[in-house]
Ligand binder design. Sequence first.
Ligand SMILES: [Ca+2]
Ligand SMILES: [Ca+2]
Length: 382
Amino acid sequence: MSMPDPQELDRPAPRPPDRTPARAYRAPAPRLRDRILPLLYPLPGGESATARSLLGVAFGLALVLLALAGVVAPFVVPDAVRQWSPASAQSVTDAGQLSPGSIFRDCRDESCPWLVVLPPGRFVMGSAAGEAEPKPDEGPQHEVAIAAKIAVMQHEVTRGQFAAFVKETKYQIKAACSTLTGKGFAVDPKGAWNSVGFTQTDQHPVVCVDWNDARAYALWLSQRTGRNYRLLSEAEWEYAARAGSQTPYAFGDRANEICSYGNVADRSLKDALKELLKGWVFADCSDGNVYTASVKSFKANAFGLYDMLGNAWEWTEDCYHGNYSNAPGDGSAWVDGNCSQRILRGGGWDDDPYKARSANRFGSAPGGRGSGVGFRLARTLP
Ligand SMILES: [Ca+2]
Ligand SMILES: [Ca+2]
């Protein structure tokens, strides 16, 4: 009997054969990079050359399409679509969420107006005792509550903005505007928004426009943007002009400081036209402008609004009432009663500072036009 080999004893017992079926081998999917690189850098050969030429054709076609879009589209797409593309998602859809003081607009073209978001608030409308000479239409003082934020144009509608409206709509304005003539102020039968009797640029406030013209512009802007543009109510206008102040002017009570804040009948006008304007009252300061000034030439008020006082009078929605008895207290427009006159606010370049007080009001026939009269609009926030 032979002895077992000691090495055999140390070996493990043989394992039983594996009966589980073998899995089919699966090659890993090639990486995206490995698929694209051969296309971009093909090896020499017939197939590679075909791929390369196909890529070249596709690239060329893309370039041609881009060029066509840039050259042909401007002649095909209507003016309205090109000019009124939305400014941004925020300004178009979320304006109601903007905080007070925010500035936005609903379109992108040069003539699209900028708006300032005003906070809701309460204020005392009308002038305090002693502020005005007997002027019963500025009283009685009463509290007005503006319940919701509103957006108000940062400055008066400019001549350039109004020109865009006239050009697109072919809007016709009957000529005749009260303006400076060689004999002083008189109705010029040929006077119109683009012929006001003195030199203006597109940055000056549009003047020689009546209440109906202002409403027509608002309707057009509303249709263009899909938003509600409108004249301010008289109460909204005074709230915007006061910007939290209760003094005669948003900047205080000293009339002769107005030359830093607004364009009125000042020494510049006096020096230029004193022969024509004998007996007029002028501010004892110089704002540097004989006629209208470019909008935003002066300091803004605390709400960030320019030229509320001076430069051009501004049409509001309200009908004229001789005093504030029974006036609405919620900031809405007061449009019952006698509407043969609509309210103008703020004074103009040819007025003494007294007329540029926040509380001052003036009733004018809605069809009247003057070279000191323009407008601005509000936009209702959702
Ligand atoms: Ca002036
Ligand atoms: Ca003004």
